[in-house]
Design a binder for this molecule. Structure first.
Ligand SMILES: C[S@@+](CC[C@H](N)C(=O)[O-])C[C@H]1O[C@@H](n2cnc3c(N)ncnc32)[C@H](O)[C@@H]1O
Length: 251
């Protein structure tokens, strides 16, 4: 496995990256809530239709396509899984925003070195692809204009909990250190999170059962993926507060 694939497997908590497009075929939204992001932008950013947006680790383009449709802004989405990018392009056509959307296959780590001068960069991978939260913000800042915006989907560790996740207080320190201002934050409602996890897991389980019938010798892989996804859901429901952050660079 290449180091990129390893990172990818970690970010999706899978044992094998080949399974992912099949197991996730019933889902369009893979993490972020397009509605929450659109609401945040409408509340905090003037003239959203003029924004030039980069959606890093865009998955199947659920955020990009919905943003282009609702706000009329230009969006470029980058994801490492070619099958996801194909779906994103199809969705853009279905939603009639193909003129506003561009989707490319690429590694977010490389994209942050090339992509510059965006008004808004969305990073919805909730993983350490770009390093620690501090390194992530520093590197993302280089892709936006001096007073550009960042939207990061991540999670706060609960106070007094043993998880590795930073608490809200620790995130606030990082914002100060990296020179960004927290403009808005939306925590996901725990009940809604539970319902979403349950629904998504049921799709993944169904697809994994299909694969088990077809390839019984690889049962451990499919079971491993379902188990790792369940562990992620449990962590999100019990130890963390999923949060979408809107940050602004300070020149
Ligand atoms: C949790 S999903 C979120 C997808 C999307 N933002 C959404 O909310 O629907 C994480 C995404 O990160 C992508 N990914 C993982 N590692 C990556 C990398 N190094 N470069 C680009 N994309 C990556 C995966 O393919 C996956 O689509």
């Amino acid at each position: 496995m290449s180091s990129t694939e390893k990172k990818l497997a970690q970010s999706l908590t899978a044992e094998s990256v080949e399974l992912i497009p099949y197991l996730l075929q019933d889902l369009w939204e893979l993490g972020s809530s397009p509605e929450d992001i659109i609401e945040m932008i409408q509340r905090e950013i003037a003239e959203p239709e003029k924004l030039k947006v980069l959606d890093l680790a865009c998955g199947k383009g659920a955020v990009s396509v919905n943003l282009a449709k609702a706000l009329g802004c230009q969006v470029k989405g980058v994801d490492i899984i070619p099958e996801f990018i194909e779906v994103a392009k199809e969705k853009a056509t279905v939603y009639k925003v193909e003129n506003l959307c561009e989707f490319i296959v690429g590694d977010a780590k490389e994209a942050v070195e090339i992509e510059k001068n965006y008004d808004l960069v969305i990073f919805g991978a909730a993983s350490d692809i770009l390093g620690t939260p501090e390194q992530t913000i520093q590197v993302l800042k280089k892709t936006i204009t001096p007073e550009g915006y960042l939207i990061i989907d991540d999670a706060y560790g609960k106070e007094g909990n043993s998880s590795d996740y930073y608490t809200r207080a620790q995130w606030l320190e990082i914002f100060t250190k990296t020179g960004v201002t927290l403009l808005d934050e939306k925590r996901m409602d725990p009940k809604a999170m539970e319902a979403l996890n349950k629904e998504q897991q049921s799709h993944i389980l169904k697809r994994s059962e299909e694969l088990k019938k077809q390839y019984p010798e690889k049962k451990h892989l499919f079971d491993g993926y379902v188990k790792s996804q369940q562990a992620e859901c449990d962590e999100l429901e019990n130890d963390l507060d999923a949060v979408t952050l809107l940050l602004r660079g300070t020149p």
